[in-house]
Design a protein around this ligand. Structure first.
Ligand code: SF4
Length: 208
């Protein structure tokens, strides 16, 4: 019971994995970063490449001090909190601790839960399978829409109409559909130059 309360407060979090690598996609592509992947997701994307993350209960629950101490072992000072869906948890305490220790903090989220925590960069990647919570729209620095089907372009436009004007707009081909959707994305971005293309460069380079 006590662990559950600590998770609710954000003092402990279910950690699926954490690793130091290179950010492969989005605005921070190419930056070394320490990824903190929290377990648990209720969004249910059919093409999800981390389905193992969905069941939050199966991952060890760790005190945030321990999670941050691990991050400090590596030379990079950029942390990316991802999942699963990290906003299922109260991210206030961990982001405050990371900030105290000098980290730049990014998040990758579908926005499906109320926003919490304090971030330097918010990558909002909405999914058709669960509608975003309205709190994400004023927080998003980057709107990254995964294109699996041509209808995803209209979906992207719908969300672009709700984010702030400074928000970077990115279309990213879903890895297994890249051949089918790439020319569609290229033509769209050429016609709509406020959008850019994001690629999963870590998959091209085989970086875990
Ligand atoms: S939101 Fe992310 S972790 Fe959750 S199902 Fe979709 S792709 Fe997978």
């Amino acid at each position: 019971m006590q662990v559950r309360e600590e998770v609710a407060k954000g003092n402990m979090l279910p950690l699926m994995e954490a690793f130091y690598t290179i950010q492969g996609e989005g605005t921070f592509t190419g930056h070394p970063a320490y990824f903190i992947r929290l377990g648990g997701c209720d969004v249910g994307c059919v093409w999800c490449d981390v389905k193992d993350s969905w069941e939050g209960e199966k991952w060890p629950v760790k005190p945030i001090e321990e999670i941050v101490a691990e991050a400090e072992r590596f030379p990079g000072r950029l942390v990316v909190i991802t999942g699963g869906e990290p906003l299922m948890y109260n991210l206030g305490p961990i982001t405050s601790l990371l900030k105290d220790r000098g980290f730049t903090i990014n998040i990758e989220t579908s926005g499906a839960h109320p926003f919490s925590g304090s971030f330097d960069w918010v990558c909002f990647s909405p999914k058709k399978f669960k509608a975003p919570h309205p709190s994400i729209y004023e927080k998003a620095d980057e709107l990254k829409v995964i294109v699996f089907h041509k209808s995803d372009i209209g979906f992207a436009e719908k969300h672009a109409a709700q984010v702030q004007s400074h928000c970077t707009l990115l279309l990213q081909p879903e890895w297994s559909k890249a051949r089918e959707v790439s020319s569609l994305i290229v033509d769209y971005v050429k016609d709509h130059p406020n959008w850019k293309i994001s690629l999963q460069t870590h998959k091209f380079m085989d970086i875990p």
